[in-house]
Write a protein of this length. Structure first.
Length: 308
């Protein structure tokens, strides 16, 4: 429905001003902070997307995904029997089988997510993108993070963008599809809003800020615009689409701020792994350090927390 995006105007100064206010929000303390951090853990897509990924480091990642916080720390918080794990493990298609086998061996039902569709640049023929998606699903991925062709946004080819995402959605089959907009390369916040809308119209289960490989990744102005597109889409259709900021989120404080922003913009019902994810590789380490400090009153030494 091109009428939804034909006259979009984003008041950039107002959005940026609101984003600066968000950075000044006071964070929660004590048990409230621990609770928010554990909520953040359950929404993390624990990720490794490196050229030197091997079966062994994927296996270690999967073990950490099942046991994100040391059991003695969870017992101290009376949360050891709540089944706290991360939301998903995210890897390249070539490592999906390794992750599926590692999680199966650990008797764990955490889904494996795979990036696909020419990740991270999107500069791949559509036929190859679709084949990559189908292979990742065949290997056992239950979630697919596709990346759009930024050129279609920058040249205003909205129907072409819709058709590309629609075909990717079809290729995913039963798998959950997250659409990466690579917002740092879209040129304007208006384009971010339009691309968000088109992605949702084409059947995306989630819209995601970034690949984590761009110069600019998840930022609050972009997050505000994408969440308001999600809210408008929900008002128009009754369909709830998830949101995933990814790239550059490294500290526990940032994670809590993102959770608070989702609560303010979309409501408490979006604060579940079904509708909110945090794409991160090093975030979990800082969250566990903060929980360690909350429980013990001391800072964790390097050897006291398992590597993610």
């Amino acid at each position: 429905e091109l009428g939804w995006i034909s006259k979009v105007h984003v008041n950039r100064p107002a959005v940026v001003r609101h984003a600066e206010q968000i950075k000044k929000w006071r964070t929660v303390q004590g048990n409230w902070q621990a609770a928010w951090l554990l909520k953040a853990v359950t929404c993390i897509d624990l990720t490794t997307l490196s050229g030197d990924d091997t079966p062994s480091n994927v296996q270690r990642l999967c073990f950490k995904a099942k046991n994100p916080i040391r059991e003695d720390l969870l017992k101290a918080l009376d949360m050891h029997d709540k089944g706290i794990t991360v939301a998903a493990v995210c890897v390249y298609p070539a490592r999906v089988t390794d992750a599926v086998n590692a999680l199966k061996a650990a008797d764990c039902n955490i889904p494996v997510a795979s990036v696909a569709a020419g990740f991270p640049s999107g500069q791949t023929p559509l036929e190859i993108k679709l084949a990559e998606i189908k292979l990742a699903v065949e290997y056992g991925a239950r979630e697919i993070d596709i990346v759009i062709s930024r050129s279609l946004v920058l040249t205003g080819e909205w129907e072409g963008l819709y058709e590309e995402i629609r075909q990717c959605r079809e290729a995913c089959g039963e798998a959950h599809m997250k659409t990466i907009l690579s917002t740092g390369e879209l040129g304007s916040l208006a384009n971010v809003y339009k691309a968000s809308m088109i992605a949702m119209m084409a059947g995306s289960d989630f819209i995601k800020t970034s690949t984590g490989k761009e110069v600019e990744n998840a930022t609050f102005p972009v997050g505000i615009v994408m969440m308001r597109a999600i809210r408008e889409f929900y008002w128009q259709t009754g369909t709830k689409v998830g949101f995933k900021p990814a790239g550059g989120i490294r500290t526990a404080k940032e994670a809590i701020t993102w959770l608070m922003l989702v609560k303010v913009e979309l409501g408490v019902e979006w604060l579940t792994p079904e509708l909110f994810r945090l794409g991160a590789s090093s975030l979990l380490e800082d969250i566990e350090k903060q929980i360690f400090y909350h429980v013990t009153g001391t800072h964790a030494l390097q050897h006291e927390l398992a590597m993610a």
